[in-house]
Design a binder for this molecule. Structure first.
Ligand code: T3D
Length: 261
């Protein structure tokens, strides 16, 4: 298979497309490798100030490619190793990328594919998309951060039931539950997300990088620790060029021309 991940550079942002449409963009080792490389390069590129993630064809991502798992009696594969090697570093990279990551969920998002989307900062789904915590259908547990993100996004009751029942959640239901940011008609999904990415690319990227640190840490902090962290991050934000630009523009009544630093 060739080009299982496509990268399109646009002014200010990058669109990364999972590209195994016939397999609903299920994860194979080559897909993992190409995706991580594409993501890391976009995350490190100062000219890229937002990253959009989407899928080719009718699916967003169907999670692990189950046909890649050759099962022999008495020789279980080490799935923990698969998570440690591929899934966990990818999720950490999305969460720690110093810029907003947008998921354009164009169709079904199942298993690790659903949780890949939920790890992103802003999730916009096509009306026809659905999210499935399909793990229990094959005897597994939620991974790719799902047991972390889901209860925080939609609460324990819904998170636990979704994981146990493995029932699909429509884009509309996901929106009602606060699992995602927005739902749009299928034909305008990518243009909507790209318009947002282009807009974010004009905004103060450092403030996004720092606030991601704050949100990432808040799950494990008590209030006092989080307030200390906010003070530290605000100290850093206050030293950026964009803070000066923002305040000066406010005082002058003009539109700020942020530089992303
Ligand atoms: O192993 C580890 O490393 C541990 C990590 C695990 C992480 C995980 O993600 S575990 C969960 C794995 N994913 C699933 O269990 C989902 C499996 N797929 C489905 O349940 C269904 O395909 C969907 C509900 C996602 C979509 O259903 P539908 O009816 O719209 O499409 P389909 O006909 O089932 O799929 C279309 C094609 O994609 C089909 O191929 P074919 O027959 O046309 O050649 C199907 O086999 C293929 N496909 C879909 N999902 C996967 C897949 N092939 C391999 N692996 C898949 N996960």
């Amino acid at each position: 298979e060739k080009d299982v991940v496509l990268v399109r550079r646009e002014p200010g942002y990058v669109v990364i497309t999972l590209n195994r449409p016939d397999k609903l963009n299920a994860f194979t080792v080559p897909l993992h490798r190409e995706l991580k490389a594409a993501f890391d390069s976009a995350a490190a590129d100062p000219d890229c100030r937002a990253i959009a993630l989407t899928g080719a064809g009718r699916g967003f991502c169907a999670g692990q490619d189950l046909k890649e798992r050759k099962l022999e009696p008495g020789k279980a594969p080490d799935l923990g190793l698969s998570l440690e090697t591929y899934y966990n570093p990818l999720i950490m990279a999305i969460r720690s990328a110093p810029k907003p990551v947008l998921a354009a969920v164009n169709g079904v998002a199942a298993g690790a594919g659903a949780n890949l989307a939920l790890a992103c900062d802003i999730v916009i789904a096509a009306r026809s998309a659905r999210f499935i915590q399909s793990f229990s259908r094959i005897g597994l547990v939620p991974d790719a951060g799902g047991s972390f993100t889901l209860p925080r996004l939609i609460g324990e009751a819904r998170a636990r039931a979704l994981a146990i029942l493995a029932e699909p959640v429509s884009a509309g239901q996901a929106l009602d539950w606060g699992m995602i940011w927005d739902v749009v008609d299928d034909d305008v999904l990518l243009s909507t997300v790209e318009t947002m990415a282009a807009d974010l690319a004009q905004r103060p990227t450092q403030s996004f990088a720092l606030m991601k640190q704050a949100f990432n840490a808040s799950a494990g902090n008590d209030l006092a620790a989080q307030l200390r962290l906010e003070a530290e991050l605000q100290r850093q934000a206050g030293q950026t060029e964009d803070y000066m630009i923002g305040v000066e523009a406010f005082k002058a009544g003009t539109k700020p021309q942020f530089k992303g630093r």
